[in-house]
Design a protein around this ligand. Structure first.
Ligand code: RIB
Ligand code: CA
Length: 306
């Protein structure tokens, strides 16, 4: 039986690729998509989620819009990375469909009751999930596999990764929830660099593969300017791949705490990698990725979408 999941996302180029990978993978059933501010405003990320589902012919999957800003932090979007639309690059018509009337938290609570036990896959700021936990508890949630955080350096500040930095209070609530949490951070997602060779493989497998390659051409621009890389790390797709193909990502059960007081280190995920602090482990932290197997899976599954 496929694992029922909800992808909580802020499309976003890598979110879009993660969604397509999930749609193409029989190991999971996408029972819904919830959206959040992050890479762009909520309005734009919601429109982008609808556009990608339409592209894949999966407008049967409901999209529920969620948080338009963090709990108490200022709203910051990543237009410098994902562009004005949040999905700049390939031509994609505006959505013909709409999100459902229910907001993301109400949708998640209902899905947890009706389709649980659910696996939640948050790949944007964690405001929606934190609100769900605060208002409905953990009932019906089996597991959380999130893209966010970093053992090492950040990417929005030297100290912090963007998703956690946006709403550190929300992230701390998730890590302290007692849920089965997996943290797929920059340490392994920076290994998932989609470059010209992978773009060529994707263009050869059809319409959706070409779309993913085109997304990556734009997504690579920021990473070339910033890091000198010839490609882009498709962060969010690694979280989905971990669910679809256990073994691709190696994890270690460690304690993770989020810095919420310091401005300098706001949103830093302090990972007790070598068990120095005596603090109880609370997350399975990704420490290694089988890059070749990851891209073989991605190309194989994207090919199946035609
Ligand atoms: O830091 C990388 C994360 O921030 C990814 O989820 C990307 O989509 C952005 O949301
Ligand atoms: Ca994202």
């Amino acid at each position: 039986m496929p694992t029922p999941i909800v992808l909580d996302c802020d499309p976003g180029h890598d979110d879009a690729i993660a969604l397509l990978l999930a749609l193409a993978s029989p190991e999971v059933e996408v029972v819904g998509v919830t959206t959040t501010y992050g890479n762009q405003t909520l309005e734009k990320t919601t429109a982008n989620a609808l556009r990608v589902l339409e592209l894949a012919g999966r407008s049967d999957i409901p999209v529920a819009a969620g948080a338009d800003r963090p709990f108490r932090r200022e709203l910051v979007v990543a237009a410098h990375v994902h562009g004005e639309s949040g999905l700049d690059g390939p031509v994609l018509p505006p959505p013909r469909t709409s999100s459902v009337a229910e907001d993301a938290v109400a949708f998640l609570a209902r899905a947890a009751r009706e389709r649980g036990p659910l696996t939640l896959v948050p790949v944007g700021p964690l405001t929606n999930l934190a609100r769900l936990l605060g208002e409905h508890g953990t009932e019906g949630i089996e597991r959380v596999v999130l893209m966010g955080g970093a053992i090492g350096e950040g990417n929005i500040t030297p100290a912090a990764e963007f998703n956690v930095w946006c709403d550190p209070e929300a992230a701390q609530r998730v890590f302290s929830s007692g849920l089965d949490v997996t943290m797929v951070g920059l340490d392994v997602t920076h290994e998932a660099l989609l470059g010209p060779a992978e773009e060529k493989r994707l263009r050869a497998v059809g319409r959706i593969g070409t779309f993913v390659a085109e997304l990556n051409v734009f997504f690579s621009e920021y990473h070339r300017r910033t890091y000198g890389w010839d490609g882009a790390p498709i962060h969010d797709a690694v979280a989905v791949a971990h669910l679809v193909r256990p073994g691709l990502v190696e994890t270690q059960f460690r304690n993770v705490e989020v810095e919420v007081d310091s401005e300098l280190n706001r949103g830093r995920t302090v990972v007790d990698r070598w068990n120095r602090t005596g603090r109880e482990p609370n997350a399975h932290v990704a420490v290694a990725l089988d890059r070749d197997a990851f891209f073989d899976l991605l190309v194989e599954r994207i090919a199946s979408l035609g």
